[in-house]
Design a protein around this ligand. Sequence first.
Ligand SMILES: [Zn+2]
Length: 236
Amino acid sequence: MNPIKKKITIFDQNIHLNIPSKCQFCNAILPQNSEVLAEGYTSDSLGRFSEHGKYFLLLKCPFCESIITDLFSILPENPLIKKFRSYAPLKKQSVKISNEMFPSQIQNISPRFISIYNQSLKAEKNGLNELTGMGYRKALEFLVKDYAIYLYPTEEVKIQKMSLQNALAKLDTQSIKILGQVSIKIGNDETHYYKKHDWDIADMKSYISTICTFILSDLNFREATDRLKQDHQLKD
Ligand SMILES: [Zn+2]
């Protein structure tokens, strides 16, 4: 089955496309002179240094009248030169849900927090808005309790069984306490029938992210303090 050959021009450069000639919907073979309903180039900004993007084509199957979308990757010859490759490969699109990245110190203290947070993010991106708030509330609980356990390892079992409020109270950092308390209130609103505040899940996510920043700041401060102490001891 021969593809439908087409030549396009992007930024004065000729690029060849091989359009699949089989209709994705009824399996009919499309004629070589099939009408293109719409086409165009869209530039992508992520990933490569040089210009690159996608070329899209809309065709109509003359047999089943379905609208067929074809995408081609427009790629530079190599990342440092402006010349495009003369042949554009067909591009398949897939659903992309990327995880939120957290610093390695947070990963070490609470891997479950990161796992629950990213599951909640996936639920949010899939439109499961009745579940995401509860998910972020659970992620927050793991973050706070794991950090409290990190600070007070001998009290691990006790902290595990505590309420989130009490675990939060064990932390010395005032900013984490305040951010945590408001996040708990938003999380509770997302969990219960009656909503007390008009606050948003996006605010809770932002507060959780700030709590991570304060935890990192605490850890760095502790490390620097210990180093300074060791340094003084060496001099004595
Ligand atoms: Zn068809």
